[in-house]
Design a protein around this ligand. Structure first.
Ligand SMILES: Nc1ncnc2c1ncn2[C@@H]1O[C@H](COP(=O)(O)OS(=O)(=O)O)[C@@H](OP(=O)(O)O)[C@H]1O
Ligand SMILES: Nc1ncnc2c1ncn2[C@@H]1O[C@H](COP(=O)(O)OP(=O)(O)O)[C@@H](O)[C@H]1O
Length: 203
């Protein structure tokens, strides 16, 4: 519940545009969404490495990491996931204001919550990328052994098992991590960003 009262917005002396001009690149959010084990963290980090090589200031916000700190008061109820995603939308906005390209790696299972994040950022600064991978493949990978625990009932409300995942209806881009390798998916994301003139093509 918003508690904004007797609070005045201060205009920043250095604007987002000033920062973008100095960085010589745009700032925006690459919002990765997909099941646990679909490849969000792997892909976010691979794309981050390539952006870094190209001198594009960037930062990865990862579900597992953020839940150790900023969001360590949140669990996996629908309400807590909603609040998780709202906060990440707001944090991403601050990073975008600072001139940074943000890569977020959160399951973000609910369409309404992803749409709210898009609203917080503004459509031209928000790219939803669906990290597509069938549940069976994610379960086979099971990099943290969590699906096995969820199947045994040791973890409740696990996405894809007993908590829903709403697939994006019209994401800006989709990568299929079952049929393409990590290297291919990374190259596809980079080409997509180039095609939108969000980053420069390699000389
Ligand atoms: N119940 C349940 N459901 C889904 N995931 C679970 C759950 N419990 C723990 N985990 C681990 O938490 C990571 C997901 O956190 P997120 O912040 O991305 O989730 S959400 O966007 O709020 O739905 C997720 O990480 P990823 O595998 O990287 O997606 C899991 O490692
Ligand atoms: N094309 C691909 N893109 C990303 N990850 C892949 C791909 N193919 C296989 N993987 C593997 O799938 C697993 C994905 O784990 P992770 O990146 O932690 O997923 P998430 O963050 O969505 O939970 C890793 O072990 C990774 O090596």
């Amino acid at each position: 519940m918003s508690q904004i009262q007797n609070i005045t917005w201060h205009q920043a002396a250095v604007s987002k545009e000033d920062r973008r001009t100095q960085n010589a690149h745009h700032s925006f959010v690459i919002w990765l969404t997909g099941l646990s084990g679909s490849g969000k963290s792997t892909l976010a980090n691979e794309v981050a490495k390539e952006l870094f090589r190209r001198q594009v200031k960037n930062y990865v916000l990862d579900g597992d990491n953020i839940r150790h700190g900023l969001n360590n008061d949140l669990g996996f109820s629908d309400e807590d996931r909603k609040e998780n995603i709202r906060r990440i939308g707001e944090v991403s906005k601050l990073f975008v204001d600072s001139g940074t390209v943000v890569l977020t790696a959160f399951i973000s299972p609910f369409k309404e919550d992803r749409d709210q994040a898009r609203q917080i950022l503004g459509s031209d600064e928000f790219l939803e990328i669906f990290v597509k991978c069938p549940l069976e493949e994610c379960e086979n990978r099971d990099p943290k052994g969590l699906y096995q625990k969820a199947r045994k009932g040791e973890i409740k409300a696990f996405t894809g098992i007993d908590s829903p995942y709403e697939e994006p209806e019209s994401p800006e881009f989709t990568v299929d991590t079952k049929s393409s390798t990590i290297e291919e998916c990374t190259a596809e994301v980079i080409s997509f960003l180039e095609s939108k003139n969000l980053i420069k093509r390699k000389e």
